[in-house]
Write a protein that binds this ligand. Structure first.
Ligand code: SF4
Length: 350
């Protein structure tokens, strides 16, 4: 088994159509080859600039085009952001993600963003930002400041994309992802389930993500949070099992990536979240707010971790695809066993 970048949509569709027990078994088998099945990486997401976004993403309450309950807020002061990062670290987060509701950052914002990256990094956390489209120069500037990850979701498949967003193209998204990769940062990119897309659109989105030049190191799978005032406020609910299938297919198609159970988690009961972890999700956002939509309280996450015997990942994962072949040669060993035996470990940083 190698990391593939030549997936066909029909193969992704076949995964999504599999009997659920077979699909879960396959996803668990793949998951255990690359990850500790009892570890979940924990990130915290803070909105550093909320609302008044010029884009028209139909699911988003931060778009200035829709009349929603989101109050427009100015850019947070550096001190406010650092205080939140300290609190996130104390709560067990290893990665701090800062998001701004922009089409793209302005040149005047770059020094502020660089300062945030440097300061948060100096606390010993991984840094991530989601700021909209990035030019090559902006990507290089953020990478030079030490930014580890950049989030830019493809949201959905290229053939359904125009139904969801008209103010930027799918190509624009891919260009930003390329700029991020070329600058040497890790990519966080996934999508949203529940936009009205078909199962084939889901298969296409997963295929497009898995066929990128490198698999995104983080793949957030979001379930639509229906926000009042947005065009998607009355969308049909996504069936729990259909959502779990997407997680499992993402795990199988992008085996080394961290698959993140992302927005929509607050509406999932413990059993549903446990099934998502079983299907291969191994990353979550901690904290009471996910940008502007609610997220389960930290304490309820901690209780769930305890019930399931899960532990927050302490060591950041490494995502160097070139080392994968070594790792696959001993696929039956667990990452921990390899560490104990002092064999070079492809999955964890020492
Ligand atoms: S998803 Fe991002 S880009 Fe789209 S409207 Fe919301 S904040 Fe703006």
């Amino acid at each position: 088994m190698t990391l593939r970048h030549n997936w066909r949509i029909s193969e992704a569709q076949a995964l999504l159509d599999k009997p659920l027990m077979d699909l879960l078994f396959e996803a668990q088998t793949v998951h255990r080859r690359f990850h500790d099945p009892n570890e979940v990486q924990v990130s915290t997401l803070l909105s550093i600039k909320t609302g008044a976004c010029p884009e028209d993403c139909k699911y988003c309450p931060q778009s200035a085009r829709y009349n929603t309950a989101v109050q427009r807020e100015r850019l947070l002061e550096v001190e406010q952001v650092l205080k939140a990062a300290q609190a996130a670290k104390a709560a067990g987060s290893t990665r701090f993600c800062m998001g701004a509701a922009w089409r793209n950052p302005n040149a005047r914002d770059m020094p502020y963003l660089e300062k945030l990256v440097k300061e948060v990094k100096s606390m010993g956390m991984e840094t991530c930002m989601t700021l909209g489209m990035l030019s090559k120069d902006q990507a290089n500037t953020l990478a030079d400041a030490g930014l580890d990850y950049y989030n830019h979701n493809v949201d959905t498949s290229s053939d359904f994309y125009q139904e969801v967003i008209t103010t930027r193209t799918y190509e624009d998204r891919l260009n930003t992802l390329e700029n991020v990769r070329d600058a040497g940062m890790k990519v966080c990119s996934g999508g949203i389930i529940g936009l009205g897309e078909s199962v084939e659109n889901r298969a296409t989105m997963l295929t497009e993500l898995a066929n990128l030049p490198t698999h995104p190191q983080s793949v957030p799978i979001n379930r639509l949070v229906k926000c009042e005032g947005t065009p998607y406020e009355a969308n049909n609910d996504v069936d729990d099992f259909e959502f779990i299938r997407v997680i499992a297919a993402a795990r199988i198609m992008m085996p080394k990536s961290m698959v993140r159970l992302s927005a929509g988690r607050e509406s999932m009961n413990e059993q549903m979240q446990a099934m998502c972890f079983m299907a291969g999700a191994n990353s979550i956002f901690y904290g009471c707010k996910l940008l502007t939509t609610p997220n389960p309280e930290e304490s309820s996450d901690q209780k769930l971790f305890k019930k399931l015997g899960l532990k927050p990942a302490k060591l950041p994962y490494q995502h160097d695809e070139e080392t994968t072949a070594d790792w696959l040669n001993s696929a039956n060993e667990t990452p921990k066993k390899r560490q104990l035996e002092n064999i070079p470990v492809a999955v964890y940083r020492p």
